[in-house]
Design a binder for this molecule. Sequence first.
Ligand SMILES: C[S@@+](CC[C@H](N)C(=O)[O-])C[C@H]1O[C@@H](n2cnc3c(N)ncnc32)[C@H](O)[C@@H]1O
Length: 222
Amino acid sequence: MKIDILTLFPEMFDNFLTTSIIGRAIDKKKVDIKIHNIRDYSLDKHKRVDDYAYGGGSGMVLMPEPVKRAIDSVKDNDSLVILLTPQGSPYSQAKALSLAKVKHLILVCGHYEGFDERIRYFVDLEISIGDYVLTGGELPSMVITDSIVRLLDGVINEDSYKFDSFSDNLLDYPVYTHPLVFEGYEVPEVLTSGNHEKIAKWRKEQQIKRTKERRPDILEKS
Ligand SMILES: C[S@@+](CC[C@H](N)C(=O)[O-])C[C@H]1O[C@@H](n2cnc3c(N)ncnc32)[C@H](O)[C@@H]1O
């Protein structure tokens, strides 16, 4: 899989691309991630990428030309172009699973007051990572990349994400490690019983109980 991220702040991705599971996935060539500076596509002699909004108002607006030129420079027949915006469709684990099957993603990060409305004509999809407003699309693009890369073949053990929260419309079951007793709180006995059937049953019950208590909305879909 290939992911191209278009941004005004490439330096924000330095640690993200070299750390932990994402860093290893890149090293093992499970994913090819490239960061492109939208400013490099400005035709302005001062490399300007933003301007005041027509009609007035506070905040600068990303101009459509450098963004469109940046998209065109990486786009091919397999590409899906995604615009990060709080006005997009809400992101979810189901969306991550479907995007993990796409060969090439282009993630476009806005900044400042946002982008010129006409950029919307040149993207396939608009995604929001939640009902709040961030300063830029960089964190949302990392959120989306992270959630997708961990689902790619050979990046993490399939068992690790098969029971993750939101798979099967359930939250994950509780997990414990050493010590057996911590500050008076014990590991449930069933987990040390060695009876795998009982453990699987207990875990499923816990998933349903947790989801009922915390997210009855997603249990209804299940
Ligand atoms: C300050 S925001 C602009 C918000 C815009 N004025 C609005 O209210 O829709 C700047 C950029 O951050 C990104 N962004 C902010 N919040 C986001 C969210 N919840 N999901 C996805 N992208 C977001 C978008 O790329 C956006 O263009």
